[in-house]
Design a protein around this ligand. Structure first.
Ligand SMILES: Cc1ncc(COP(=O)(O)O)c(C=O)c1O
Length: 314
């Protein structure tokens, strides 16, 4: 089937009067599914707009959205093509940050805890080996005692809670469930480079919000919400790289601004209790819209790679 027919029938199937975002999202999904492989030549703006009965501006906007997230590229007069992915799974920015840090006495940018300060997990791991904690694959994925402990200190009542392989794993899993190619996502500016790598790999449009000493600047968030982002990622304390902690009044203010939107809040409490700042979660005000991640890598060691993630359910 010609690419033009393939795209227009799919777009019209999904929406009668497609907007630029709908066109971009549909094409994004077709690229993700491999239905439009790399190097596929896309129809011209004029051809597609005629076929969809929308204005050329709408298709141009869709093209801009897709090229902004690296999904397509225009090769001069030769036309517009599906692009080679920018390297799935490659932590580009993080490598750049950590390359060349060997001249530093202590490199804090990696966020790696000092091994001398970590507790000796040996006796505890030996105990795991001796005991059988689960009797079946069908048991609850979180040991009831652990769940009880986590719930007792969770900043809000989560709809569901589980344990994964570290905060990065949690961010990755949550992002892959809630985000689609072309989605807009709000992050703190500056933020943790691997999060940007992840969002870029998913083809999201990243909107950075400046921070002051209490976290995201409220006016910046308010303005960015006009772009209808799908999610807001933030670190409630020991923000990497600034060290900033969100205080209670800022968290409440940000929650009020977010209230009328449909954006999900994804919080990365990567430092957990090694941070001296009290934990404040937007989940206290937006419990049904927040996913809170608590890592134990900094307190127990990155090789343990354990994090709890709890918040909104399915
Ligand atoms: C902000 C932030 N999130 C996530 C992580 C990774 O955490 P984990 O080891 O639990 O995957 C780090 C590690 O430094 C971090 O700084």
């Amino acid at each position: 089937m010609p690419v033009l027919t393939q795209i227009s029938s799919r777009v019209l199937n999904e929406s009668d009067t497609p907007t630029a975002k709908a066109i971009a999202s549909t094409i994004g999904r077709m690229i993700t599914a491999g239905e439009l492989p790399v190097d596929t030549k896309l129809p011209t703006v004029r051809q597609l707009s005629r076929s969809l009965a929308v204005s050329p501006t709408t298709v141009s906007e869709a093209w801009q959205g897709l090229s902004a997230v690296g999904a397509i590229e225009t090769r001069g007069r030769n036309g517009t093509y599906v692009r080679v992915p920018s390297g799935r799974g490659s932590p580009r920015r993080y490598r750049r940050v950590t390359a060349g840090s060997s001249h530093l006495a202590i490199d804090l940018s990696t966020g790696t805890p000092d091994p001398d300060l970590l507790p000796d997990l040996g006796p505890h791991i030996a105990r795991v080996g001796r005991n059988s904690f689960t009797s079946s694959y069908l048991d609850s994925p979180v040991l009831p005692e652990l769940e009880e402990l986590l719930l007792a200190s969770w900043p809000f009542e989560p709809e569901s809670l589980t344990v994964v392989d570290g905060a990065m794993d949690a961010l990755d899993r949550v992002a892959r469930v809630v985000l689609r190619l072309g989605d807009r996502v709000i992050v703190e500016h500056p933020c943790f480079p691997p999060l940007l790598d992840l969002l870029e790999q998913l083809g999201c449009e990243i909107i950075g919000i400046d921070m002051d000493e209490n976290g995201m600047v409220p006016d910046g968030l308010r303005t960015a919400l006009e772009q209808r982002p799908t999610a807001v990622f933030l670190q409630p304390r020991a923000q990497n790289p600034t060290g900033i902690a969100i205080n209670e009044s800022r968290a409440k203010h940000l929650s009020e601004i977010l209230e009328p939107s449909s954006a999900l809040v994804i919080e990365d409490d990567h430092a957990n209790d090694i941070s001296a700042a009290p934990l404040v979660s937007l989940g206290s005000w937006l419990p049904h819209r927040t996913v809170h991640i608590r890592s134990h890598s900094k307190s127990h060691g990155p090789d343990l790679r354990l994090a709890a993630v709890g918040g909104l359910g399915d």
